[in-house]
Design a protein around this ligand. Sequence first.
Ligand code: GDP
Ligand code: MG
Length: 241
Amino acid sequence: MVRDTKFRMRSPDRESQCGQARLVVVGSKAVGKSALTVRYLTKRFIGEYQSDTDMIYRATMPVDGSKVSLELLDLSSNLDEVVVPRETMAWAEAWLVVYSITSRDSFRVAARAVEAVTGSCEGDSTSPSTAGTPVLLMANKKDLEHIRQVPESEGRRLADQYGCSFVEVSAAEMVSQVNDSIDGLLRQVSNQKGQTSPRLRKLSVSKMFNQLMNRNNQDKPSMARVSLRDRARKRGHLRQS
Ligand code: GDP
Ligand code: MG
């Protein structure tokens, strides 16, 4: 599903002056990926969000006084695993990896995701390289301190280990922290643009969208998908539980 927010640019001339960024939000189910996405794009917190559909949002966001033309893919996921289509791995210019401070399981899933999207594909000829793509590890639901399961220090350590940014937020209660940290991620994309691989730019949004739509069609076995758990296991980083 593609959703254009009210921030979408209308003038092609102005659009060409924008920086661009393609951001993918991953993490296990119910950690607040959609809540954070909607909070960032609309500044609102609704409470309940459609959970079983991948959503692409297009919006133009002001970052540091200039405009960034953002495409944001909010990936639906299971409780215990994140599955990212290979095309999405190649398409992404930045990753927002989300877990909930109230769920140790979600932290484990986030750890696998961080490992994979920070360049675990090196030496894996079947997967697109994601090395060098900016990653923000976001610990959500900070307002639920009384049922916290993951100390802030663990999240920070994980981020440090893989060279990611890290922040603890609450989609429910912390508007500016959510905005500022995602703005920071877009800023990193803008700063990197000169070094972006031409191969990544070639994957058109319409092609990406068609591939995403095929993702749910079980009759299309040719659709390659990357299981972050399988990938981590393959590299020997994930212990069998
Ligand atoms: P997703 O499956 O990762 O997209 O998770 P959702 O965005 O659908 O959120 C799952 C549930 O957590 C919903 O009931 C949200 O209202 C709730 N939620 C999301 N963010 C927060 C937060 O920061 N604090 C609290 N207390 N609840 C949140
Ligand atoms: Mg969701």
